[in-house]
Write a protein that binds this ligand. Structure first.
Ligand SMILES: NC(=O)c1ccc[n+]([C@@H]2O[C@H](COP(=O)([O-])OP(=O)(O)OC[C@H]3O[C@@H](n4cnc5c(N)ncnc54)[C@H](OP(=O)(O)O)[C@@H]3O)[C@@H](O)[C@H]2O)c1
Length: 293
């Protein structure tokens, strides 16, 4: 686990507000003697994002930062992707920090959460994008031939990783009396499928986890929602699928195309923001109409 010291590590910077911020989706402006300062929907909030080195997680990190949040992001093996994301966050004038952690390790999750609170002050938003990497061979392997390891990995990373992060982060959010947690599921968890069964079992657990935690922490002002994502085009999904598979997947949803990481990131921002202040325990389906079939 890489926990940079605030005073020494270049991956932590103080916010550098100029008289103007350039961020999209700006809601308004504060005026001061220095001029107008753009205010995003998440101005002053602190976000923790797992899987921030990956395709959708990185888009979420940037969207949160564009709306004003400081962001602590977790990576596992993708240090380069994490460093790039941190640099982009800092370029937007927000504080950005990267931590290495394996989310299937409960201790590592607690350390990441504690280090975020130490470095950035508190956590207002949690988004859990860390997920077992897509492997075509595993995905299409007949159910009865899956090894215990192939069955356990998505459960350990996607599901238990979300459980451990939630266990570590929820108490401090409850204590401060507010927070928004966004867990990441998938549409096959709703519809069922003939392939990728360990993955959809893990994602089904995540949807249940969101509904349970919404009830546990709702009385303390903490909202917990889940996303059910359809086919979202990232480097990994492009690399892991054949052109014919990609075309077939594009034809599945009503909108007849893949989604983009940015289309998911906008929903993350919405759920993190006060625009979603009365929404909790829900599964928001972002799949271009796939689950309608
Ligand atoms: N893309 C889709 O079509 C789609 C559809 C439905 C749901 N989802 C879900 O959306 C999330 C993001 O997907 P993506 O397409 O952006 O995938 P991705 O690019 O493969 O990103 C996966 C992320 O998970 C991290 N990760 C992998 N193993 C880890 C571990 N043991 N501990 C901690 N982090 C780990 C990776 O970190 P490193 O790269 O640093 O190792 C990476 O940041 C996943 O939960 C995925 O299941 C995606």
């Amino acid at each position: 686990m890489q926990v940079p010291s605030p005073s020494r590590d270049a991956s932590i910077t103080g916010r550098t507000p100029g008289p103007f911020f350039t961020c999209s989706g700006v809601r308004g402006f504060n005026t001061s003697r220095e001029g107008r300062v753009a205010v995003g929907r998440l101005e002053g909030r602190i976000a923790l994002v797992t899987g921030g080195s990956g395709g959708i997680g990185r888009a979420a990190v940037l969207a949160l930062a564009k709306e004003g949040a400081d962001v602590a992001l977790q990576f596992n093996r993708g240090k380069e992707g994490a460093d790039t994301a941190v640099a982009q966050v800092q370029k937007l004038g927000r504080r950005g920090i990267a931590f290495q952690a394996d989310v299937s390790d409960a201790n590592a999750c607690h350390q990441f959460v504690n280090a975020t609170i130490r470095s950035l002050g508190r956590i207002d938003i949690v988004a859990c994008f860390a997920g077992h990497p897509f492997h075509r061979d595993e995905w299409y392997k007949p159910f009865a031939e899956l090894t215990p390891d192939e069955i356990q990995r998505p459960i350990a990373i996607d599901l238990l990783g979300s459980v451990y992060i939630a266990q570590a982060a929820a108490p401090s959010m409850a204590e401060q009396g507010h927070g928004s947690m966004i867990l990441v599921g998938s549409t096959p968890a709703l519809t069922g499928d003939t392939v990728g069964i360990p993955y959809l079992v893990a994602k089904g657990g995540i949807l249940s986890l969101a509904r349970a935690l919404a009830q546990v922490y709702g009385p303390k002002g903490v909202r917990v929602n889940a996303l059910a994502l359809g086919s979202i085009a990232t480097e990994v999904t492009k690399r892991g699928t054949r052109p014919a598979d990609r075309e077939a997947l594009a034809q599945e949803p009503a909108l007849r195309r893949w989604g983009t990481p940015e289309e998911v990131a906008r929903v993350v921002v919405f759920l993190a923001s006060d625009d979603a202040s009365y929404i909790t325990g829900q599964t928001i389906v972002v799949d271009g109409g796939y689950a309608l079939r």
